[in-house]
Write a protein that binds this ligand. Structure first.
Ligand SMILES: *Cc1c(COP(=O)(O)O)cnc(C)c1O
Length: 375
């Protein structure tokens, strides 16, 4: 038996003809860089998200870096980041000479613990980066309220939750990635909206910020060979944009497949007292980038090995919180209690989750988990 975490081949098969012809169209046109598909994809994604501007770039890490450059954050400025996230979120903070200030996450949603934000703010704090982890959005009403009060920028790391929708306290709905001053996302192949290589984008409703972002992605120039600011070279390939145009049309149905699979897991794993199932927040839809369960009984690694012996893949996102990572130990500031982040690193395990999962495969996986617990 071989049950992988992902089935990108199975997903491709269903859109193969359309994708193959779009790729060949780009090759025939030879407009490999900055071709018309890049602009149409930017427009299509902006329309889908209900945002004014989408600027494509080379990957999600670049998007975060470019966001911080465009907001003119300067070395020594502090940026508040949750300690339970993928390292890229804090890495760009360090790369730009900014100081990551680490705070904890909620034990049930894995997202930023908003009650710790204010105590982490100093006179140097300029921005906060809520990460919408595993497909579910952070409590953005609280984040935006605190940011407004303290005059902070909000940079959403939406690499894992594209398509998820936030319900504001007044009932309005917004796509995650469009709520903060700027949103960042990734089209890495395994993400919910993945291309067939690297890709990323920035999202904003602020037109002057969008103009700066666009300049930074293109060597700081607006007029060719007139470089007004220091930028970088960060582009989405035309071929990737052509693929993304096709996959974007399917994104809502992909999200639905993931959601259905998650509900199926919850049914199949129901009643196991040793397993904490993923929580769904009232203010966010969940697009299940990952289906992550918690094992409070400290036998997470044994379950992983048990599943592996049966040919069932699983992954630990993430085995270490940022405060314990060597790269961040010297440059970050930690003032909050990071108990939840540290506890989660020893408890979490993600089961196979993708658009091609079938109830049959899920039954095999759930049966194996039950067998591990003797149930
Ligand atoms: C994937 C990811 C990124 C980085 O995206 P890349 O395209 O791989 O550079 C950043 N933050 C989070 C939370 C991610 O999951």
């Amino acid at each position: 038996m071989n049950i992988p975490m992902l089935d990108l081949k199975g997903q491709y098969k269903k859109i193969k003809e359309e994708v193959d012809s779009s790729i060949h169209k780009v090759i025939d046109s030879a407009a490999f860089i900055n071709g018309p598909e890049v602009h149409s994809f930017e427009k299509n994604l902006a329309d889908y998200l209900g945002a004014k501007h989408v600027i494509a770039c080379a990957n999600g890490t670049d998007a975060l870096q470019i966001a911080m450059m465009a907001l003119e954050l300067k070395p020594g400025d502090e940026v508040i980041v949750p300690s339970f996230t993928y390292a890229a979120t804090a890495e760009v903070v360090g790369l730009l000479g900014l100081v990551p200030v680490l705070i904890d996450v909620e034990p049930d949603t894995f997202n930023v613990k908003t009650s710790q934000i204010e105590a982490a703010i100093s006179s140097k704090t300029k921005a906060i980066v809520p990460v919408h982890l595993f497909g579910q959005g952070a409590d953005m009403d609280k984040v935006m309220e605190i940011a407004a009060k303290h005059n902070l920028f909000v940079i959403e790391d939406n690499a894992q939750a594209i398509g998820a929708v936030h319900t504001h306290s007044d009932g309005r709905k917004s796509h995650y990635g469009t709520i903060g001053h700027i949103g960042c996302t990734s089209f890495f192949p395994t993400k919910n909206l993945g291309c067939y290589g690297d890709g990323g984008a920035l999202i904003t409703n602020d037109s002057s910020l969008a103009e700066r972002v666009r300049m930074i992605t293109d060597h700081g120039q607006k007029v060719k060979y007139h470089h007004d600011i220091i930028g970088c070279n960060s582009r989405l390939d035309t071929i990737q944009a052509a693929i993304l145009n096709i996959k974007l049309k399917n994104l809502d149905s992909y999200s639905e497949s993931r959601y259905k699979a998650a509900q199926m897991y919850k049914e199949l794993l129901n009643g196991l007292s040793d397993v904490i199932l993923p929580a769904e927040a009232s203010y966010s839809t969940h697009v299940y980038h990952q289906f992550t369960i918690q094992l409070p009984s400290h036998n997470r690694d044994e379950l992983k090995d048990f599943l592996a012996a049966k040919g069932i893949a699983s992954m630990v996102y993430y085995p270490m919180s940022l405060n314990n990572q060597k790269a961040f130990s010297e440059i970050s500031r930690v003032e909050a209690d990071l108990t939840n982040s540290e506890l989660l690193t020893s408890r979490v395990i993600s089961l196979p989750m993708h658009t091609e999962l079938t109830p049959e495969i899920q039954r095999i996986i759930a049966q194996a988990v039950r067998e591990f617990f003797g149930k």
